[in-house]
Design a protein around this ligand. Structure first.
Ligand code: TEU
Ligand code: CA
Length: 543
């Protein structure tokens, strides 16, 4: 089966520009810094960069609060730098996927500045305004970053709706003018030759706050089909929606090609498995590996007429090797490689988050003064006011806080890990002296080369892109084992999630020699009776 779309055999690399590479010594990553690292990404073999927002922003939420969609944040550079990035990336067969944040704008966006002026202003209905009810908020919807989702505006005596911070007012998608303005902005970027869009909390655009509906509103798919028709249709672009609540059923609605909506979505069913029942992300419970296995396998077989994304990390999630692996000196490399092999041999488009390819880890803080992220800071205030112990709140932040993913990329063992010649905007993880790109490139057995092999394998294997996924059930509970096969080839993939050994007995496979990837570099594996070492993982070409 030949490739229908480039993004079905490519691997995407996510860059959080603030923390990737600084080029002018101000301690903040920037676009020229990214350009200077394109050869590194070419070496890794990735086919596209998902670029977290670089647009003008007051940075309440580090760029996810946009004040001008068609201009670049000065700390990151100029529109010329952006044009150069698109051009230089294309020269290396790397597409640029922009972050589309259109559930809300910054309150400093000209649309909101106008809307706030008066109820009669032509931009008023670009946002969601409501009169007080009994002198209070219209209802008790809560904002993601704490407090009510309704902010009172003295000037007009009305509330406006914001699902994130009060400086991120939600756009009113029921207003056709809003939708047309967004299509226009999207086409401005499409005309620049970008490769696609990642769509921030896109499942919220059909919200109906009066009915307490925030995600999966009744018009969500209508709006996406209208977007497709008016912007990227027929242009073979990668469009991936961030949809926290997606189930396999609605994931198919988004990604079934016949529906002309999106290429795929990020679903987070696996990513909430260490969250206490009915709790928030900060309410912790240990991961049950059997549950993770069930969720990952369910998604692999559920999208008959759709397409999966595959990821462990992003700029909102703690780093996987610390979260569910083992970031100790002894097992960090082994477990990081296990995650890479387990995920990248599955069916779908894999995403690598900056630093994941060298096994970067979480960075624990001792005090809230070290924390940057608005989500963590607001939660700290809220829980402290409710009487939670400081130590307990800081522990939650160290396990699940978003800053864990935002510490600067570790390039070498020099000052500030080679990220900046100045003072980094956020602390650099002290382990940069051992964990950095330079060391990884010099070590043929590094995590980097496991990722590089996986990226290359996907580029050259139709079986990996299109082959069927078949679970192997007769294995220990904490061992993943599956097959990818088509008429031509068959891969067997095994991953031991435990720090303990586990016994594998697959007599039907017997002795195997064609081991294409493995984190213990075994040459021969007798599967009829094999003792898996801690975090051992391998991919074997059986046919
Ligand atoms: O995130 C959506 C979102 O809901 C996350 O904030 C998530 O709830 C939280 O991080 C728990 O992990 C997107 C962006 O990825 C995020 O960076 C933005 O803060 C948010 O939307 C608002 O734009
Ligand atoms: Ca800079």
């Amino acid at each position: 089966k030949n490739n229908e779309h480039w993004w079905q055999s490519a691997v995407v690399y996510q860059i959080y520009p603030r923390s990737f590479q600084d080029s002018n010594g101000d301690g903040i990553g920037d676009i020229q810094g990214i350009i200077s690292r394109l050869d590194y990404l070419k070496n890794l073999g990735i086919g596209a960069i998902w670029l977290s927002p670089v647009y003008k922003s007051p940075n309440t939420d580090n760029g996810y609060d946009i004040s001008d969609y068609q201009d670049i944040m000065p700390e990151f550079g100029t529109m010329q730098d952006m044009n150069q990035l698109i051009f230089e990336a294309k020269k290396r067969q790397i597409r640029i996927v922009m972050d589309l944040v259109v559930n809300h704008t910054s309150d400093e966006h000209k649309w909101f500045v106008e809307a706030k002026k008066s109820k009669e202003n032509p931009y008023r209905d670009f946002y969601i305004w409501r009169d007080p009810v009994n002198g209070k908020e219209p209802n008790d919807l809560r904002a993601s970053f704490g407090g009510s989702a309704w902010k009172f505006d003295e000037n007009s005596g009305q509330y406006y709706f914001h699902l994130f911070s009060e400086k991120q007012p939600d756009l009113n998608w029921e207003n056709k003018q809003v939708r047309n303005s967004i299509w226009k902005m999207m086409n401005f970027w499409i005309d620049k030759g970008i490769g696609g869009f990642r769509m921030d909390v896109i499942d919220l655009i059909g919200k109906q706050p009066d009915k307490m509906i925030t995600a999966n509103g009744p018009h969500l798919h209508d709006y996406l089909q209208e977007m497709n028709t008016n912007t990227f249709s027929g242009k073979d672009m990668l469009t991936v929606g961030e949809t926290w609540g997606a189930t396999p059923k609605n994931a198919e609605l988004y990604s079934n090609p016949e529906r002309h909506e999106l290429s795929m979505v990020f679903q987070f069913e696996h990513s909430v498995l260490d969250q206490a029942q009915d709790g928030e992300k900060w309410d912790l419970k240990p991961l049950c590996v059997a549950e993770l296995k069930k969720v990952l396998y369910k998604w692999q077989i559920s999208l008959k007429h759709g397409w999966n994304s595959l990821f462990w990390n992003n700029h909102d999630l703690p780093r996987i090797v610390s979260r569910w692996g083992n970031d100790s000196k002894e097992y960090r490399v082994k477990s990081a490689k296990m995650f890479a092999i387990l995920l990248h041999m599955m069916k779908g488009t894999p995403y690598i988050y900056q630093g994941e390819e060298i096994g970067m880890t979480n960075y624990p803080v001792k005090d809230i003064s070290e924390v940057d992220d608005i989500e963590s800071i607001n939660m700290y205030k809220e829980r402290k006011a409710k009487g939670y112990e400081k130590s307990e709140i800081i522990h939650s932040i160290n396990v699940k806080g978003r800053d864990n993913a935002r510490t600067p990329m570790q390039w070498n063992n020099k000052k500030e890990a080679g990220f900046t010649t100045g003072k980094a905007w956020l602390h650099v993880n002290p382990n940069y002296s051992q964990i950095n790109v330079k060391q990884a490139l010099e070590d043929p057995d590094s995590i980097f080369y496991t990722y590089k092999k996986l990226v290359n394998l996907r580029k050259n294997s139709k079986t990996l892109v299109w082959g069927d996924f078949i679970e192997i059930k007769k294995v220990p509970e904490n061992v993943f084992a599956y097959v990818r096969e088509d008429v031509d080839h068959k891969f067997l993939v095994v991953a031991n999630f435990d720090q303990e050994k586990n016994q594998l007995n697959l007599p039907e496979y017997g002795i195997q020699k064609n081991i294409i990837l493995g984190n213990y570099n075994e040459k021969i594996i007798d599967l009829s009776s094999y003792e898996l070492k801690p975090y051992e993982s391998f991919a074997i070409q059986v046919k």
